[in-house]
Design a protein around this ligand. Structure first.
Ligand SMILES: *Cc1c(COP(=O)(O)O)cnc(C)c1O
Length: 362
């Protein structure tokens, strides 16, 4: 088999070796079925078991309470930017948005099509290098919901804990840090996440929704855009991304076999610390984009003294087997995405590489 290199891509991103191997081994024929998972009906007993097992595993990993539904939809997190306000902004038709990056801004743009958006806080003036403090939030106690982005994939910032919003419904875009640690799901009305960062391949969106919110979803909504449709049909109203859901099931199995989310969180903290220490101990050669208290465990963003050096590092790193380190164009510099499946050894080797690069180039 072709050698696998270290994949620091922000998404679609690295998946666990174990999950890929199992998919490969069973690609021609699922055990006891004799057909590929790519070929079976989404109405078959086999697929029923696959989707229900993936759901059960997610419920177990995140301790999702009984009064929530777990959905596997399509259209990415980007469709949720519109579906969330369309379904649950009425009847008040006003919502609070906390803007901490490009994805939050895109969510705001779609919400404005439905109703009034109050920007409860924004750190755009500081090029989104931090998460706002609780006391900075200008929340409307009468809003339909408060929306925030738990991890800002592009800027490399992350909420350490969710904002406090009183009795108002909390909605979270958790696309780039879902399953990186345990969270208290009961604090949320809706959590949504594109699978392709920390959970599986592209093409599936996980939505966790508290069931009482379904009362807000009007029967006049287009069928496919109504959460009620998907809850009633167990995500099988139309043909779902069967392979994507199967892969999510293999990833959740891997998480459960490796100590669950508490063990994953410890591993994630250790990995991020290795990289941030390398940055902090470089005497200013490497400079982190995010303020220290806002640093992400998933996406580590940093700059070098010049753009030439940044390009040189990206090129030399790629030649050495480290792919995907170029930062997003809106921040520049470098970004190392180190999601759950990214191995500790790969971070250790990158740190050695960065130290060596600094010694040769400063
Ligand atoms: C990648 C990303 C998105 C967009 O996801 P799609 O599935 O491509 O629509 C939205 N929000 C965040 C935080 C992301 O990282």
């Amino acid at each position: 088999m072709e050698k696998r290199i270290y994949n620091f891509s922000a998404g679609p991103a690295v998946l666990p070796d174990e999950a890929l191997k199992e998919a490969q081994e069973n690609l021609m024929a699922l055990p006891g079925v004799g057909m590929s998972v790519l070929e079976i009906s989404h109405r078959s007993k086999t697929f029923d078991n696959i989707i229900n097992q993936a759901k059960e595993d997610l419920i177990k990993l995140l301790d999702i309470p009984d009064d929530y539904s777990v959905l596997f939809l399509q259209g990415g997190a980007s469709l949720q930017f519109y579906m969330v306000p369309l379904n649950i902004m009425p009847p008040k038709n006003k919502a609070d948005y906390i803007v901490t990056g490009s994805w939050s801004k895109k969510a705001v743009k779609e919400a404005k099509r439905v109703g009034a958006v109050n920007i409860a806080a924004s750190t755009e003036e500081e090029n989104f290098n931090r998460i706002p403090k609780q006391e900075e939030l200008k929340l409307d106690p009468d809003a339909s919901f408060v929306h925030f982005t738990s991890n800002n994939t592009i800027y490399g910032t992350q909420w350490k804990s969710e904002p406090e919003v009183g009795d108002v419904t909390l909605v979270c875009d958790a696309s780039s840090d879902i399953l990186h640690k345990k969270i208290d799901v009961s604090k949320y009305g809706i959590i949504y996440a594109g699978a392709q960062k920390n959970m599986g391949p592209a093409g599936v969106t996980l939505v966790i929704i508290r069931k009482d919110l379904l009362e807000r979803c009007s029967d006049d909504l287009p069928t496919m855009l109504n959460y009620k449709t998907h809850v009633e049909k167990n995500s099988l109203f139309n043909t779902p991304n069967t392979f994507g859901i199967y892969m999510i099931g293999l990833v959740t199995k891997w998480l459960l076999n490796n100590g669950g989310l508490d063990a994953m969180y410890e591993r994630n903290k250790n990995k991020a610390e290795l990289l941030y220490n390398c940055i902090d101990e470089s005497g200013g050669f490497y400079k982190g984009h995010a303020e220290k208290e806002s640093r992400s465990l998933m996406n580590v963003t940093f700059n070098l003294p010049t753009e030439e050096l940044e390009k040189k590092l990206v090129d030399e790193a790629l030649a050495a087997g480290f792919s995907g380190l170029k930062g997003h164009r809106s921040v520049g510099g470098l970004r190392a995405s180190i999601y759950n499946a990214f191995p500790v050894k790969g971070v250790e080797e990158l740190v050695d590489f960065m130290k060596d690069f600094q010694a040769k180039n400063s």
